[in-house]
Write a protein that binds this ligand. Sequence first.
Ligand SMILES: Cc1cc2nc3c(=O)[nH]c(=O)nc-3n(C[C@H](O)[C@H](O)[C@H](O)COP(=O)(O)OP(=O)(O)OC[C@H]3O[C@@H](n4cnc5c(N)ncnc54)[C@H](O)[C@@H]3O)c2cc1C
Length: 409
Amino acid sequence: MKIAIIGAGAAGMTTAYLLNKQHDLTIFEKQPILGGNIRTLNKNVTGVELDSKLVLDCGVLEFQSEHFPNFHKLMNALNVTMEQGQTSSELFLADGHYYKSGAGLLHHCKNLREFLTEAQKLFPVLKGYLRFLFVAFRTTPKELHNQPVSAYLDGEIHAVWLKMLLMYAYSMPYQKIADFPAEIAIPLLRHSSMFTKWDRVVGGVYTYIEKILEQFDGEIHCNANIQKVFRTPSGVIITMKNGENLPFDKVIFAVTPEQVLNLLGDTNEDENRRFSAWQPNQIETIIHTDVSFYKHFGVSYYSEFDVFQTDTHGHCGYNAYLNRLYAIDAAKYPHYSLAYNMEKYIHPAKIIHRQQHNTPLYSVDAVRYRHEVIATNGENHTYHAGAYLGEGLHEGAISSAFAIAELLK
Ligand SMILES: Cc1cc2nc3c(=O)[nH]c(=O)nc-3n(C[C@H](O)[C@H](O)[C@H](O)COP(=O)(O)OP(=O)(O)OC[C@H]3O[C@@H](n4cnc5c(N)ncnc54)[C@H](O)[C@@H]3O)c2cc1C
């Protein structure tokens, strides 16, 4: 069959890989480069002042070792080398206080005295966290449906910390996390702790997209300007902004969900219901070499994922210290970090790259009809893939591609 895949992020590229041998595929990507939120400097992102021997990810970074089975299945099939690490995250408050993570406590205290002081500070946080886990493990998927995460996480310090980790994981402003769907957040938080192992792709995340491209036989159009997609009784017509009409047997939307109704020229009532509550979420991440702001807190150890309250009005950000994640020698290279919403602390001259990202804005209303989208995949010659149909991370994107490949095999 002749199949159009719209969107070349993780979901679109994996679908292309899985359907490559059986079908005649055309990928349409509106950006000049492939990968969606996979942005690897010195790979799909070029022209950055960065030593040519280094690759740094400025978007997707890490993958859970145990809870991303389809992702790991894909990496094995593509023969991609992974490296495992443990990550820690410290919490820095606007009033100057900070809390070490469990891993930080175990590995990065200078002496027993510091260990005891930090452990004592952490005790009430741990108590709140255990209380949260007790409730989270007893809650059924049905009970989580149509609930915001704020029903489980309040204003206590453990809750603030966990909501900041959700801000990091889903690249959403902290103020919008209260309405984040519990059905996605709670399962993720249940299996993410200081003991969780995370994997990274050696050579940068874009490495696996390169491996897909080595095998791909279809056509790829970057900078694609699609006007509308129409379904006919026998297939699909894609109308380009230049007036061309391109016929296909099937179309796979692997775009962020708020794009679906903009692209469809003949939406029906069901599609309107399923997609109309999705909103866009545009954020910027930066790669920088400024760690001087840690001095305000008297800290000389930088964790893989530190989260910061940047003021007392609920603004927050994160700093992921890349030298530790990528084992980059800080004696030889600068201190590289990936940061979000940390502009206030970072000297502009130390910013080496700015990256725009589009992600779905997760809310209780937006995810309400996801099960319908999944259940009706294939109706009207139309399929949908994307991280938003799963847990919102890479496993969701890859699993949605596997599900479509199963339907179209
Ligand atoms: C900064 C950041 C860090 C992240 N870190 C991690 C991480 O460490 N681990 C993890 O598991 N997940 C992470 N994520 C989540 C990440 O979004 C998902 O893991 C996954 O990459 C999403 O893939 P996707 O294919 O569903 O969507 P996307 O990557 O958003 O791909 C959608 C594609 O569709 C294209 N598109 C949109 N509209 C059109 C159109 N009209 N025509 C043609 N093409 C169009 C877009 O340009 C894009 O290329 C991170 C996200 C961000 C933003």
